[in-house]
Ligand binder design. Structure first.
Ligand code: XMP
Length: 319
């Protein structure tokens, strides 16, 4: 008889057996996966766990504060908050190719993580919130050759490079199971129900070159969009929703004046595991109201489009 409570107990036992009395480092991303992994491991070994939260400056509005407050103040989990946004944004300057972006972020993430992890004495293990779909990310289309669609930066060569052994307690789980486990561990529903957020963060929602200016605009537009979705009671029906800021400015008119600002695309999909997805059928009323709010409330955007591509052929993220 397989229940989440039993899975949790078994996972805790396994972690204790694997780790013994040694120290574990866990990389927190702010997402549900790494958070559930961290709380599970904390439950198993308490203060033998230290979390490192690499803030790459590509997070959503208010996200860094939420994560540090929850882990430090609510759970009392030792946490290093590494604010490295200047480094990341500096290195990403002039980079517009999606794979190069992902690889740059992945490489920096490893460097920065390593630097901060070195502050933790006697660490022998690295914990990661790797899920089953991450493990099988190489997708095979209808019997064709195996193709890597996107380089994920959370399953890299970090452990070997740091001489650490891996702890991956979510490796056999799909997203919905991770949420059930999180609930079992007492994480608040508002947190567990959060839409997935990719490791490279807003970088892959900003096709073309990333600038601080564009990121700030994107963060604001995204916050308005998510607020709209929550207000209409649609958040939990949607697997993932976000705004992408497009690398193009278009002409508009507001009041008596001409505007020349960025266009953005709204994305919302339903999905079971992120491997396939359908675009969400918003009402035109919702879309119109949201476009009006974004244009009125976010300086720098004067055009809003809705992405109606399912996966396949599109991917969920734009890069
Ligand atoms: P795509 O865009 O490939 O995304 O359809 C499928 C799911 O994976 C998330 N995603 C990532 N998650 N690191 C992550 O942790 C990554 O590099 C990454 N890339 C995409 C995406 O948000 C969606 O939920």
């Amino acid at each position: 008889d397989w229940t989440m409570a039993a899975y949790r107990d078994e996972a805790i036992e396994k972690i204790r057996e694997q780790v013994g009395d040694r120290q574990v480092i866990c990389g927190l991303s702010g997402g549900v996966d790494s958070s559930v992994a961290a709380v599970l491991i904390h439950e198993a070994i308490g203060d033998q766990l230290t979390c490192v939260f690499v803030d790459h400056g590509l997070l959503r509005l208010g996200e860094a504060e939420e994560v540090t407050t929850m882990f430090r103040d609510h759970y009392n989990i030792p946490l290093i908050h590494a604010d490295e946004s200047d480094l990341f944004l500096g290195e990403l300057e002039g980079v517009s190719d999606p794979e190069q972006k992902r690889k740059t972020i992945g490489r920096l993430f490893i460097d920065v993580f390593q630097k901060h992890a070195n502050e933790i004495e006697n660490a022998e293990f690295l914990a990661q919130g790797t899920l089953y779909p991450d493990v099988i990310e190489s997708v095979s289309f209808s019997g064709g050759p195996s193709v890597t669609i996107k380089s994920h930066h959370n399953v890299g060569g970090l452990p070997e490079k740091m001489g650490l052994k891996l702890v991956e307690p979510l490796r056999e789980l799909f997203k919905d199971e991770v949420r059930a486990l999180g609930r079992e561990l007492g994480l608040p529903q508002s947190f567990i129900g959060r839409h997935p957020f990719p490791g490279p963060g807003l970088a892959i929602r900003c096709p073309g070159e990333i600038t601080k200016d564009k990121l700030d605009i994107l963060r604001k537009a995204d916050a308005v969009y998510i607020d709209q979705i929550r207000k209409h009671g649609l958040y939990d029906e949607i697997w993932q929703a976000f705004v992408a800021i497009l690398p193009v400015r278009t002409v508009g008119v507001m009041g008596d004046g001409r505007t020349y600002d960025y266009a953005c695309a709204l994305r919302a999909v339903t999905s079971v595991d992120g491997m396939t997805a359908d675009y969400y059928p918003f009402s035109h009323e919702f879309l119109g109201e949201t476009a009006t709010r974004i244009i009125n409330e976010v300086k720098g955007i004067n055009r809003v489009t809705y992405d109606i591509t399912s996966k396949p052929p599109g991917t969920i993220e734009w890069e």
